[in-house]
Write a protein that binds this ligand. Structure first.
Ligand code: ADP
Ligand code: MN
Ligand code: MN
Ligand code: MN
Ligand code: MN
Length: 357
């Protein structure tokens, strides 16, 4: 059952009072980690006796997951807590077994390892996270009961075209406060559908920032009695889909004459299409099979394609990059619910590993 809006706002007013109670030297630290399903996030909070100055001040902890054996939460990146404010923290953790082996809930560890091997390329990444806002009843957020609005264009404005802008605005500000490298936002084609961009970030850092941006989104949605769905096809009635395009460059691609290196990387990607699709969603490609139908601005699941300034392809060279002769390219295939580390790792391996041989 959804709460009435009046009840919700009374709760928020009441919460303000409790959050104004002053703390001593303590800091509330919320540990955030990726679930075994490689898709959902979990979190729990503990008190540290003083504000941690950095990641090394935050101790390991055990998960309270349903795994038979206890697992270890190893803090990897610290952010400010935009919900309970300074001196409180959000900390992204990697999940290790009791023998200190990564569980594979995300591909962070293997990704960091590959990144070390290709350090000299100075890779940068940026991702565009699309998501659909739903009410707690599962219906599109804020839309009239008589049916879905499907604008068919992104970046729409007006209260008869977009729903949930407050959530996008609050999420954006919360990410900036937290220290998440959010780059921008826009409304998407399905009325209650939105996008935010993270990056550009150096190397694997993007994965930490994107996962934390997703966590903050889910928490902001709690405040609006809404749910953010990262399903690749959030509305069966329409062909609209949610993806998580990744933008990629190396030092050479960003420098004068970089276009030839972009073309070289795309040529390598064309030879590993199915291998990439198998790690571009958490279900071995099953999600993208529903999404990449060649309709609207998607490409075909079974066929690699690339072009300058077109969006119905696997990989796009933005028009401005082509005109300038250097910059970055966009791989449009990753699904909205992908593990960014799996995607980054695949790109580094295909485009850069062995490229110096
Ligand atoms: P689109 O036109 O595909 O909707 P967006 O403006 O939504 O593009 O996103 C562009 C993305 O490209 C952002 O995530 C940004 O961080 C990223 N980006 C910009 N420059 C670079 C670069 N040199 N290397 C990698 N990523 C980049
Ligand atoms: Mn308990
Ligand atoms: Mn975009
Ligand atoms: Mn988009
Ligand atoms: Mn894009």
């Amino acid at each position: 059952m959804s709460l009435l809006p009046e009840t919700l706002s009374l709760h928020k007013t009441t919460r303000k009072h409790y959050l104004s109670l002053t703390l001593g030297a303590e800091s509330q630290v919320t540990y955030v980690w990726i679930n075994e399903d490689k898709e959902n996030l979990l979190s729990k909070t503990r008190t540290l006796q003083q504000e941690p100055a950095g990641i090394r001040d935050i101790p390991e902890w055990d998960t309270a997951s349903n795994a038979l054996n206890e697992q270890i939460l190893v803090p990897v990146r610290m952010f400010r807590d935009p919900f309970t404010l300074d001196p409180n923290k959000l900390v992204l953790c990697e999940v290790l077994t009791d023998k200190y082996v990564p569980t594979g809930n995300s591909q962070r560890s293997p990704c960091v390892k590959v990144r070390e091997e290709v350090k000299e390329f100075e890779p940068w990444f940026g991702m565009e996270q699309e998501y659909m806002l739903c009410g707690s009843d599962g219906k599109p957020y804020g839309q009239p009961a008589q049916g879905w609005k499907f604008r068919g264009v992104s970046c729409a404005v007006g209260s008869d075209n977009v729903y949930g802008r407050d959530i996008s605005i609050c999420h954006y500000r919360a990410c900036l406060y937290a220290g998440v490298k959010i780059g921008g936002t826009n409304s998407e084609t399905l009325g209650s559908q939105w996008e935010f961009q993270v990056g550009p970030c150096e190397g694997t850092e993007l994965g930490d920032h994107l996962w934390m941006a997703r966590y903050i989104l889910h928490r902001v949605c709690e405040d609006f009695d809404a749910v953010a769905s990262l399903d690749v096809k959030p509305a069966d009635e329409s062909s609209a889909t949610s993806g998580c395009h990744i933008n990629f460059s190396t030092k050479e691609m960003r420098s004068e004459g970089g276009l030839q290196y972009i073309e070289g990387a795309i040529s390598r990607l064309s030879k590993h299409h199915s291998q990439h699709l198998s790690v571009y969603d958490p279900h071995g490609g099953a999600d993208n099979k529903r999404r990449l139908t060649g309709q609207k601005t998607t490409s075909e699941f079974n066929k690699f394609s690339s072009a300058v300034g077109r969006r119905d392809v696997s990989v796009r060279i933005p028009g401005h990059v082509f005109r300038k002769g250097c910059g970055y390219f966009e791989d449009r295939r990753p699904a909205a619910n992908c593990d960014p580390f799996s995607v980054i790792k695949a790109l580094l391996e295909t485009c850069l590993l062995g490229a110096t041989e």
